[in-house]
Design a protein around this ligand. Structure first.
Ligand SMILES: [Zn+2]
Ligand SMILES: [Zn+2]
Length: 201
């Protein structure tokens, strides 16, 4: 019997891909590695970390796409609006990446925090009770964690500062202000266009 030559594992290949900056390839390799051995702890951990990074990147992309759409469509500050299909897709993809993490690590702390923040940001009316449900679970699981009650206090009631629009009232969600004919980054929200009082994440 000639033993089969053992090449690098998918996990090792994924680590090598990450080291050379091939992020998407690493994600794919980790999916394969996890499917081959769902119980392997180090694969699960790296899978969760990389998919969470993807979720964070996508939620940032969704925020920027929405901010750009507000400006392009000249949406007024207190006007109800529907997200563009591209923005909706960015949110959907961010949620899908979070669900990827939670499928592998159902109790993943940061993934659940991000999910709470994102459901709240996407749509306040439906998102507020969903976000509070997630945060209340986290609060029970880790009673000493300070970030959770802090976030609950931020979002549990409609925000007076921004009229509960979630957008920075100073720059009207645009992230910048026109001054002497020049666009300047809004200093209240650091250019993020999100209300400094109730904005999470
Ligand atoms: Zn607010
Ligand atoms: Zn602002």
């Amino acid at each position: 019997m000639v033993p089969e030559a053992v090449g690098p594992s998918k996990f090792d290949e994924a680590k090598a891909a990450l080291e050379r900056g091939a992020f998407d390839e690493a994600l794919h390799l980790l999916e394969v590695a996890h499917a081959e051995d769902p119980d392997d702890a180090q694969t699960r951990e790296l899978y969760a970390v990389t998919h969470l990074a993807k979720a964070i990147r996508l939620s940032e992309k969704a925020r920027q796409a929405r901010q750009a759409a507000i400006e392009r469509r000249a949406i007024e500050y207190d006007q109800e609006f529907q997200d563009d299909p591209e923005v909706a897709r960015d949110f959907d993809e961010a949620f899908a990446a979070i669900e990827d993490v939670l499928r592998v690590e159902p109790t993943h702390w940061k993934a659940r925090m991000l999910k709470a923040a994102l459901v709240f940001r996407r749509d306040r009316e439906s998102g507020r009770p969903q976000a509070l449900a997630i945060l209340n679970e986290l609060a029970i699981e880790e009673p000493t964690n300070k970030q959770v009650p802090f976030t609950i206090r931020k979002i549990e009631r409609p925000c007076e500062r921004c009229g509960d629009t979630g957008f920075c009232p100073h720059c009207k969600g645009r992230g910048k202000r026109r001054f002497l004919g020049l666009d300047r980054k809004c200093e209240r929200c650091y250019g993020r266009g999100i209300c400094p009082v109730c904005g999470v994440l």
